[in-house]
Design a protein. Sequence first.
Length: 109
Amino acid sequence: MLENLIETALPTIIAILEIMGIFVVVVSATGAFIRYLKGLVTHSGSDVKFALANGLAISLEFKMAAEILKTVLVHELNELMVLGAVILLRALLSFPIHFEMKQIHHTES
C-alpha cells in the first residue's frame, strides 16, 4: 500500500521540484538582466553576477532534490547508473557556481 502511494505521489512531487528549479532560473536570469540594463543606464556597479550565480545555485538544489527523489522509483541498475551520472553532473556544476559566488563576495569585501 505504501509502495503504491509512493509510486503514485512521487512523480508529481518530482515534477513540482523540477518546475520550481526552472522558475528560479527564469526569475533569476530576468532579474539579473534587468539589473544589468539598469547598470548600463546608470553606470553603477551592481551585483549582477552574484545574483545570477545565487539563483543558479538555488535552482540546482531544487533539481538535485528531484533527482534524489527519483532514486526511490528506480527499478533497474541501468536507470540507477544514469540517475547517478545526472546527480554527479549537477553536483559538479554547483562547484564552479559556488566558487564564482565566493570570488565575487571576496572581491566586493
